[in-house]
Design a protein around this ligand. Sequence first.
Ligand SMILES: *Cc1c(COP(=O)(O)O)cnc(C)c1O
Length: 401
Amino acid sequence: MSNTVTNHTTSSSVMNIYQRFPLTLVKGKGSFVWDEQGEKYLDYTAGIATCNLGHVPKQVQEKITEQLDTLWHCSNLYTIPMQEALATELTKNSCLDKVFFCNSGAEANESAIKLAKKYAKDKGNPEKTEILTFTNSFHGRTGTTMAATAQEKIHQGFFPLTPGFHYLPFDDRESLAQIDVNRTTAVLLELVQGEGGVNPASLEWVKQLEVLCNKNDILLMVDEIQTGIGRTGTLFAYEQFGIKPDVITLAKGLGSGFPVGAMLANEAAAKSFHPGTHGSTFGGNPLAMSAGLATVETIMNEDILSEVKTKSEWLKAELDDLKSTFSSIEEVRGLGLLLGVQLAFEAGPFVQKFREKGILVLMAGPNVLRILPPLTTTTDELKHFILVFRQLLTESREFSL
Ligand SMILES: *Cc1c(COP(=O)(O)O)cnc(C)c1O
């Protein structure tokens, strides 16, 4: 990793938290970003699955600009029409009934976790205090969502962790028998683990989990922060798993880059929140809501989802083709335009090679390339990406011979 990133420890006044690539981006449009020197890059990170409509999408820019001229913030002491409108749009297009708005993914998961605890109390089950999550999950960086994240490296240095979380192996049917159904109030999972390696769950396991939850009054909570807002080819990934979650959480793609988070719940669960139980000063503010509303309306009205399916099928087929040619590719996996390519070697240097060729991609664990094109990427851009990938694989094969 050290050759691909720099830490501006000495010169920067910004806290040294991120391992940053040696690149300063100053402009974006569509699938492209530009650095300070005016170099152009094809952005297949989409701001980590956030700029789903590409950079500075016109439809969202117009709505935010309109709102900038009208009202920025008024707090949740007053009704916010844009908030009502986005909540309606989200519930209309999902199996959930009520929405709480916040500003990030971690906050959305915090809200879900609080709701799950209160739900058990309200149902007269005070002994149900525990929440089940899965190995290699990622649920956020706050005290509690970090504890929900079942990755040791993320816990290091932060003990004692928030109690009440139990971890089981991801996508493992056998281990579900270990759930203490009398003490568990919720299960929180990603249907395709993003940060954890682009690992899709199997339909059978997810279905089994749903049955178990329904039977034991355990809330099925799906973290759609990375998979949601069209990323996998449906507005929400759960639609493709044939399940009806009780709670879902959103952030990343929801505001096209404007910070917006949301926790959606069905009527039965949502009842546990009422005035005095939860809140946020900024959550659902008019500017954020205008970004969210324009984003969701654009995705639903402009046939973007069916295009995601077509593009995903094409890209997967091309990647599978590369896999059959190059032994350095071990596996291609993922859903929609959340794709992972497992390499036989470290992915870091490969990310750097892509960058030198003008393409930005991400990693998901040491050996996995994570490819997150904007949902609006064009066929030509996809073809260019595959062309460059083939070149790099050829070069690396020649190099290793
Ligand atoms: C990014 C992410 C989060 C955390 O979101 P933040 O906005 O960074 O707090 C939580 N869950 C999943 C699945 C994510 O991908």
